[in-house]
Design a binder for this molecule. Structure first.
Ligand SMILES: Cc1ncc(COP(=O)(O)O)c(C=O)c1O
Length: 326
């Protein structure tokens, strides 16, 4: 896809792109005597999460298909765990594109307020039905009315390719710039769609063929779990689908990926611990990634490097929950 042409045609899209990505890759606390842990700080993106990159990619694919028709005629539909809806609603408001989101009824008030401010339409699905039904509801809406353009983050390859070409390529370049860090030995990332895990893995494999890949999902519904979906609280933006369903991007590399789980209470503890150690606020999926990366690093020698990603800085509700609201 020719993103540069889209940016020229839609100046607001270009302005968003100019502020996107090139986030810092920073050393974070690791285990005593183990490998170094480096993390990509994704809250530095314009709307505050790694999903800003995905919003740019998915909307780009819709703009491309829409061609020369007026933007007022483009109506995009997507389901989201939160961050993608936040990023897309911003981008769509800037471009004058109508946006509609299917979300779980467990979505935080802060997100619903932002979406309302930006004029986005919202459909809530009962949280007890799990994320799988959030996805299904969006598919049903798109099937019933072809006027909606479903972006479909779990299957839209623009998601995967952009993660490879931006987040992954940036990490390879940034590792090369660090003194004494010749390679990545392991890559740890939480799985929502798996776009981050697999996209970045592909970029890292090109530079460091022996890199290990570790996917992280909530203990309450791990990757590929045969259990039915559930409404249990889980750390942010991630999770298995239930009923044995596996995320399509991850299945492309199933035999190469190790899986770990982190419970919601443990992820919240991780947010507090990281905050105590560094003074920096990271979200619950970032904490799950950091805890897992640190555990992997503890099994490796000090000369090794584990790379992970900190997808966002957490929601106000998550910080309230651990008694550290602002
Ligand atoms: C906070 C957070 N962490 C992790 C992820 C997982 O990202 P991916 O969909 O690339 O697997 C998301 C995706 O929405 C997210 O919002």
């Amino acid at each position: 896809m020719d993103y540069a042409a889209l940016e020229r045609r839609h100046p607001a899209y270009g302005r968003f792109a100019a502020r996107l990505g090139n986030t810092p890759l920073t050393e974070v606390p690791g285990p005593d005597g183990g490998a170094t842990v480096l993390a990509k700080c994704e809250w530095e993106n314009p709307v505050g999460s790694i999903k800003d990159r995905v919003a740019y990619a998915l909307l780009g694919s819709a703009l491309h298909r829409h061609g020369d028709r007026p933007l007022e005629e483009l109506r995009v539909l997507e389901y989201s765990g939160g961050n993608l809806a936040k990023a897309l609603s911003h981008l769509c408001a800037e471009l004058g594109v109508t946006a509609r989101f299917v979300l779980s009824s467990a979505s935080p008030r802060s997100l619903l307020d932002v979406l309302a401010e930006r004029g986005a339409q919202v459909d809530l699905v009962d949280k007890e039905r799990g994320f799988l039904d959030v996805v299904r509801t969006a598919l049903d809406i798109a099937a019933a009315d072809s006027g909606w353009t479903l972006l479909y983050q779990h299957r839209n390859t623009a998601n995967l390719l952009l993660q490879e070409r931006t987040t992954g390529a940036e990490i390879v370049r940034q590792l090369g710039e660090l003194p004494g860090v010749p390679r990545a030995d392991a890559w740890v990332a939480s799985i929502g769609t798996g776009g981050t895990l697999v996209g970045v893995l592909r970029a890292l494999r090109g530079a460091f063929p022996g890199v290990r890949a570790v996917g992280v999902t909530p203990e309450e519904l791990p990757y590929g779990s045969d259990r039915p979906p559930n409404g249990l609280p889980k750390y942010g933006g991630s999770g298995g689908m239930g009923h044995g369903i596996r995320q399509p991007f991850v299945t492309l590399h199933d035999d190469e990926i190790e899986h770990r789980t982190v419970s919601y209470p443990r992820a919240l503890e991780g947010m507090a611990e990281f905050h105590d150690l560094t003074g920096v606020r990271i979200g619950s999926s970032a904490a799950a990634n950091w805890l897992t990366a640190r555990a992997v690093a503890a099994t490796l020698p000090p000369s090794a490097t584990v790379v992970t990603v900190l997808p966002d800085a957490g929601t106000p509700e998550e910080w309230e929950r651990i008694g550290r609201g602002e």
